[in-house]
Design a protein around this ligand. Sequence first.
Ligand code: FRU
Length: 471
Amino acid sequence: MNALQKDLIKLTKEAERQTLPDCPWRLGLHLMPPVGWLNDPNGLCFFRGEYHVFYQYSPFNAEGGIKFWGHYKSKDLLSWEQCPVMLYSDQAYDVHGAYSGSALCGEDGLYLYYTGNIKHGGEYDYILDGRENNTILAYSPDGVRLGWKRLLLGYRDYPDSVSRHVRDPKVWEQDGKYYMVLGARTKDNTGEVLVYASEDKLHWAHINTIRTPEAFGYMWECPDLFEIGGQWFLSVSPQGVAEKGPGFENVYAAGYFPLFGDFRGNCELGKFVPLDFGFDFYAPQTFFDGKRRILIGWMGMPDAAYSNPTAAYGWQHCLTVPREITNRQGHLVMNPVQEIDSLREDSQEYLYSGECAINLPPLSDIWITCETELSLDLSGVSLKTEAGMLVLTVRDGGFGRETRTASADRLKELRILADTSALEIYVNGGEQVLSVRWYPENGQKTLTLSGKGRAAVYSLRAMRVEKYSLS
Ligand code: FRU
């Protein structure tokens, strides 16, 4: 262990031992950082009977900073163990951040692929020069302890056409080989995905590049490539997209292209579809747990103009709940994994006609169906259809969040997971989802429905999160 590693471990332990000031916004249904800052989910996998969720973690600063890989694991997606940080930026090749990446489950352990970020001091544009972006493999024999790390690819190994923005490896095994996609920005500012192949997890060859015929933004972050029900999908978080309207109202977008053909050779991308229509959703990743494909996203947005009051309490951001992602006639549909249902403690049913006000428990799962046009208000957040659009408005207490729209001409069925400071709104069976952080005053939550229909409100108990200690 080098001196930097020793100090980072010590400082992280100290940061995590601090008692955070009593914060009314700590979450019960969503994974958040023990202290400091969280962004992208990383290394999602089901390994030796346990779910592992790693995430971009800056324990020393609630406003961000040097990035490590924080770690939670769980047998059932409900009781979580907070594990020690898996990846620190403690080598010359990852010294300015252990950036995002993915996990590959091996017979002999867990393989984590990530980007080692380096930013040189000096007069650089940090696009064409001044930055390095290494692809690194970290091996863990048991999924909790780090065995070794090894540099696989550096900026000189990527195609000549790309800038210094190449990152976020997603790796998987298929037909006895390993494949990797990397998000990239070309020298002429076009987002694309580099496809690599390997026989042994260590040596990688660039075999293809996937892009749209016309540029779709200048950079594609956090790519993921997967098949559901015979259809392939390339999901990316594109930056600099010119498109406007529903799903493109945030600083950056997050969504998918259906991919036709073989990603290793001739293939074409269909039309890009946003995955979420709320304010706070970015950098999603998926994994297959043997039965279903699960997606987790970051409930945050880089470079957003709005803020989160939790930063004053020493922490910021959370992940979405794990969502099962399915293919409904070529469209991806998301719903909370079924496990969430077993957090239910109590339920109340309502038949409403006209206006109906319901006091909500601290954590709830709300199901609403309506015969007429529905509109609702949830302590400052309203949702209604207007000229064939679903309009989400955060009236007050949104800390800068105002309005977002989704294209749903009719609001028939809604499911809302309402956590202390996070809302996930699933529309018409998960055809559209809106994720939003929200900060109702005094924690008091009232749901007002207008229209005619039925509602069921389940109160939920919080997930369990305990500290895992290495013996
Ligand atoms: C996306 C992202 C990734 C990068 C990581 C750094 O939010 O910018 O491209 O690897 O965050 O934290």
